[in-house]
Design a protein around this ligand. Structure first.
Ligand code: ATP
Ligand code: LTN
Length: 328
């Protein structure tokens, strides 16, 4: 079976963009892949966080993934920091990556620009190398992610190829799997910015646990434009195009099909809201049903143990390849 791995940061409320861009694909993939999914708590340390909050969010994010449909009897769900191999391989790969290629990462440039690069943590800079370690440890063939992760996946492939070339074949070179529709859901209030867990735009972000009334209100108040023409044109009409993308992704159609028949924004918003409410209803219901807290911790412990069976041999091979003295 081909192997799949992906991760999500425990940095805030899981939102519709995470669901349509990534999680929904994970739920699908788990049935025909050897599938590994992790809550990437080490990645969350790259910007300042409250420790108690991070701890709580890590468990809650795992619970949400279970509610969204990840099934621990068919996939491996774990917390990144519970496997020390991630940090260990990340170091080795930091000695393969160059400063120049990391400097070109747009996510680093954007995030570092917010506080000024001087004060940005070194971990924010090396973040994509840790991500590459996550992927390469499991010899993943496919990595289902949203659109903004393409560049990190390219870097991961480059590092795998460079390592294999320099030290011998150790790593599978992975491919990004990005959905055709829904890979980049935009903020409903600022449709030129991607919907994000860590943005300060509660009205622009739909949490996957939002009440149906809240979802409906947010979509009805979504920023559009004054033209009153329903047409998919992300450059000139980012708000309307985002609604069409959401409607299309939620109902499994192309954006063109989704746009057909609408002449006004009101009905488009009403139907989009209805489709999203319907899409998220099972996730909300399951989140409430789950005897969450205890179960999730046990599932994560099992997941970490299962992850070791793939991660540990990979690290051993990588250590040997670069010339680290074998452990006694
Ligand atoms: P943060 O704001 O803390 O960076 P995030 O919302 O970008 O968080 P991540 O945990 O970094 O979420 O990403 C988890 C997955 O969700 C990734 O595969 C990412 O590509 C995808 N994703 C994130 N935001 C969107 C979005 N707006 N549209 C589609 N996919 C998204
Ligand atoms: N950087 C990713 C999260 C992430 C990830 C991974 C995704 C960390 N490690 C490994 C896929 C595979 C993001 O979505 N911001």
């Amino acid at each position: 079976m081909p192997r799949v791995l992906s991760g999500i940061q425990p940095t805030g409320d899981v939102h519709l963009g995470n669901y349509l861009g990534a999680i929904r694909q994970w739920v699908e993939h788990q049935h025909h892949h050897d599938a590994y999914f992790c809550v990437v708590d080490l990645h969350a340390l790259t910007v300042p966080r409250d420790p108690a909050h991070l701890r709580a969010r890590t468990l809650e994010t795992a619970q949400l993934l279970l509610a969204a449909g990840l099934d621990p009897s068919v996939c491996t769900l774990f917390v990144q920091s519970h496997r020390h191999e991630h940090a260990e391989l990340a170091w080795v790969l930091q000695c393969v990556a160059s400063i120049g290629e990391l400097r070109r990462m747009t996510q680093f440039k954007d995030k570092a620009a917010r506080e000024g690069e001087e004060a940005a943590r070194v971990g924010l800079f090396t973040y994509p190398v840790l991500q590459a370690a996550d992927i390469l440890l499991y010899q993943a063939d496919h990595v289902p992610v949203g659109d903004e992760q393409r560049q990190h996946l390219e870097l991961c492939r480059d590092l795998a190829e460079r390592f294999n070339h320099r030290y011998g074949e150790v790593f599978t070179v992975p491919e990004a799997t990005v959905p055709a529709v829904g890979a980049r859901i935009m903020d409903l209030q600022v449709p030129t910015m991607k919907m994000s867990k860590s943005s300060e735009s509660p009205q622009g972000t739909i949490s996957i646990l939002d009440d149906p009334e809240v979802v409906t209100r947010k979509i009805k108040r979504a920023v559009t434009d004054t033209e009153a023409e329903v047409r998919y044109d992300p450059k000139d009409k980012p708000g309307v195009s985002n609604l069409l993308t959401i409607l299309a992704a939620a109902t499994g159609r192309s954006v063109e099909d989704a746009a057909a028949g609408y002449t006004q924004y009101g009905p488009l918003k009403a139907d989009t809201a209805e489709a999203v409410v319907e899409l998220l209803a099972p996730v909300r219901a399951r989140y409430r049903e789950l005897e969450v807290e205890k179960d999730a911790a046990a599932i994560l412990a099992q997941g970490a143990a299962k992850a070791a069976s793939v991660a540990a041999p990979t690290v051993t091979r990588a250590r040997e390849a670069v010339g680290l003295l074998p452990r006694a």
